[in-house]
Design a protein around this ligand. Structure first.
Ligand SMILES: O=C(O)[C@H](O)CO
Length: 359
């Protein structure tokens, strides 16, 4: 909670982007003229391929775990580093940046989400940023579909019944849930991941796919056969709502009491983006009072969700531990891309996936 509330959001202006480029040009590491390699700190144990690549160009030190790097450990290790390879569990704010000083040239996060980075402070200091979009689109969309089905078809509840003797005999209306065929699917956040979720869900033959997004995505929408609607219409008309929008000041807690009240009583709500988009107390009440049918959450606030959290008590809430991108191939690609971004930045080259926050 404390982490979430202290997030800093920033919208980068064109002037600002120009500033980053300008500041950064003074920071490019001179590989050729320095004797020693630039140093990189990695906040977790990552894949060998990423490590090998980094070691060819840099001095690498890393946190070996268990779990995320403790804040004091990160503060101790960030000093004099040229690059930081971090995760979504690492809050990179002005305290860390102050400690890093002006040796730090690039921060590469092994994630597509970047709400853990204080982008305003990072840009102000002329430090480059990189992230790992695209690599995780398929895996995250796949997981969103799996979570939607696990929720609507009650897979976890059914498995529990089978294991604990609740399964007495096949019964005509036991363990039933809503099906996708003929339904209306609503996607909130129609970027790369949202579009891929829509593509995958299309194969289940919904009647309609609608989306809510800041901007029109006409090309993808046409190809998928999806229609853009306003937020209230999406809430009122969808049988399934899948959330894949980034956490920003505009989207924070967009799913509150009012939003859940506008949904259909049979609505299945699935969130694979960030927990901060949802008012969890309101979601709890909506699920307990059957204002909506069920929810599947891959992300929540805080993470991990405390074991005594009321959402864990509900049968109509499926909770999984932020595993959207967790396929072996995807995580390996994400690690490698982080390493490639860092090396490119330190050489003063274009990074394969530079993070330039939208206007
Ligand atoms: O932001 C990301 O990359 C995802 O949440 C990780 O699965």
């Amino acid at each position: 909670m404390a982490f979430q509330s202290s997030l800093t959001f920033y919208r980068c202006s064109a002037t600002c982007k120009a500033l980053v480029r300008l500041n950064f040009s003074e920071r490019v590491f001179k590989f050729s003229t320095k004797m020693s390699k630039p140093s990189v700190y990695i906040t977790r144990t990552v894949n060998e391929a990423a490590l090998d690549l980094l070691r060819q160009h840099c001095e690498v030190t890393s946190w070996a775990g268990p779990g995320p790097v403790p804040r004091d450990e990160l503060l101790r290790n960030i000093e004099n580093k040229a690059a930081l390879f971090c995760m979504l569990t690492d809050k990179i704010d002005s305290t860390i940046l102050d400690k890093a000083g002006n040796t730090l040239k690039v921060i590469a996060t092994m994630s597509v989400g970047y709400d853990h980075l204080d982008v305003k402070e990072i840009i102000k200091r002329g430090i480059k940023m990189a992230y790992t979009p695209d690599t995780l689109t398929e895996a995250t969309a796949e997981l969103a579909v799996a979570l939607l089905l696990a929720t609507s078809r009650r897979l976890l509840e059914a498995n529990e019944e089978a294991r604990t003797g609740g399964w007495k005999a096949w019964s005509p209306f036991w363990m039933c849930g809503p099906g996708l065929r003929g339904s209306t699917v609503g996607i909130v956040g129609f970027g790369r991941i949202g579009q891929e979720i829509a593509r995958k869900l299309k194969s289940f033959n919904p009647k309609r796919i609608i989306y809510y997004n800041r901007s029109e995505k006409s090309k993808a929408a046409r190809e998928i056969g999806a229609n853009r609607v306003d937020f209230d219409s999406l809430l009122a008309e969808s049988d399934f709502i899948s959330v894949s929008a980034a956490l920003t000041p505009e989207t924070e807690r967009m799913f509150g009491e009012e939003a859940f009240r506008k949904m259909k009583p049979n609505a299945v709500f699935v969130n694979t983006s960030r927990g901060g988009l949802v008012d969890q107390d309101a979601l709890f009440r909506a699920l307990e009072n059957k204002t909506i049918w069920g929810a599947g959450l891959d992300v929540m606030t805080p993470e991990p969700l405390p074991l005594d959290h009321p959402l864990f008590k509900l049968k109509n809430c499926v909770i999984i531990p932020h595993i959207g991108s967790a396929t072996i191939e995807t995580r390996n690609e994400m690690g490698l891309l982080c390493a490639q971004n860092i090396i490119a930045a330190l050489k003063g080259q274009n990074m394969p996936s530079e993070l330039l926050p939208p206007l």
